[in-house]
Design a protein around this ligand. Sequence first.
Ligand code: ADE
Length: 232
Amino acid sequence: MRIEIATLFPDMCEAVLSESIIGRARKAGAIEVHCHNIRDYTLDKHRRVDDTPYGGGMGMVMQAEPIYRCWQAVCEQLGERPHTIYLSPQGKTLTQNRAREFSQMSSLFLLCGHYEGVDQRVLDKIVDEEVSIGDYVLTGGELPALVLTDAVARMCSGVLPSALCFEDVSHFNGLLEYPQYSRPEIWEGERVPEILLSGHHLHISRWRQAESLRVTQEKRPDLYQKYLEEQE
Ligand code: ADE
């Protein structure tokens, strides 16, 4: 899988993407993530990427041409047209299911907007879909692009030690994860649930399933209802 991030702040993205699990997966070649500086695709000597909005109004608008040239260069490097996503609060909210579908695509192009927005004409020309990471507004698309990259990358093969690492966690099957415990057996007078020490795998797995349902019902009654409806 290749993820291509078009941004005005490539260092901000690289700083996050070279650490921890994603950083290791990139070094090992399990995923490729490249950050492209949109400013490198300007043609004027001032390397200008934005201008005032037609019709007036506050702020600046990112111009179409540098973004389009960046996208074309990436298409050429890839030898294919990547699935192109514009990170925007107007998009459909990212879900675990959608992230899994993205992880099965061969390449993604993530466009990070800034200022008051992006010239609509380039969005109409290159973007397949807009994706939001929640109903709130951030100062730019970089953090959303990093969130999407992280959610997608962890489901690509070779990034986590095994698919069990992401199949067993919250949201994968529509439920939240059961509680986890580690050593010591007693901490501040609180014991680890006895069943987890029993070594009885079937009982443990039934307990975890029941806890998953209980936790989901308690913390996210909306997800619980949906889960029940889907079981019918
Ligand atoms: N850009 C600004 N806010 C955003 C959000 N909530 N999701 C995706 N992109 C954004």
